[in-house]
Write a protein of this length. Sequence first.
Length: 274
Amino acid sequence: MSFTLDGPLLLVGAGKMGGALLSRLLDQGLDPRGVIVQDPEPTGASADLLADRAIDVLPVIDELTQPPAVILLAVKPQVMDSVLPQVARLAGPDTLYLSIAAGRRLAGLEAHLPKGAALVRAMPNTPAAIGRGVTVAIANGAVSPVQRALAERLLGAGGHVVWVEDETLLDPVTAVSGSGPAYVFLLTECLAEAGRAAGLSAELAERLARHTVIGSAALLEHSDLDAAELRKNVTSPGGTTAAALEILGGPDGLKTLLVAAVAAATKRGRELAK
């Protein structure tokens, strides 16, 4: 399957998320000869990918022979203000800006762009690296239907794409899906630790916890039932699962903790947003 653009794809920042999304796009047929990367020093898997695909990497790009079709902004939020004016000079009138930088709002990004620039802000999560992520996106008023479809295809390389019209939702979105994989990984850690405390070997506890989470997620994906119904199906009245859920569902249990955790992450996102 080929994936063609009307100009180069300029990736600004080849960190974990930027590199992962680029890897997915290349796997879907994007020609590496049409990719240019601005990054002072890619490392890890991103560096290996760029070397393997012979993609040009420059610390700073002063000019291009053709304006980018897309400028994919994947730098850390704190350096965006210094990087964005540099790359905005490279854009053409039809260039689509696509930002996956956490916490950077449309208005703050638009301040560094030409008036009328088409801009999409998106919040992916780390499962996008294997095409199983979920990304929530919002477009500014300059994004055309064609550009919106292009943004959806680019982001869709990482998994599901959901559009919203209210930018304030991006803070709780970040708290739920952006940070959510960390909550699941912590649950897996804690389940393994609880297994060790109950007498299992470290190796067995880790294996059981990992595959229980993986299997449960797969069941949730393939079932027509919602999570609450699937939970009830595992829970026999008076049984072992019910005894455990009395603790997890108590006033200081998992639901209370997650509500507080998401609220804290949302609050921090709003503090960092600009």
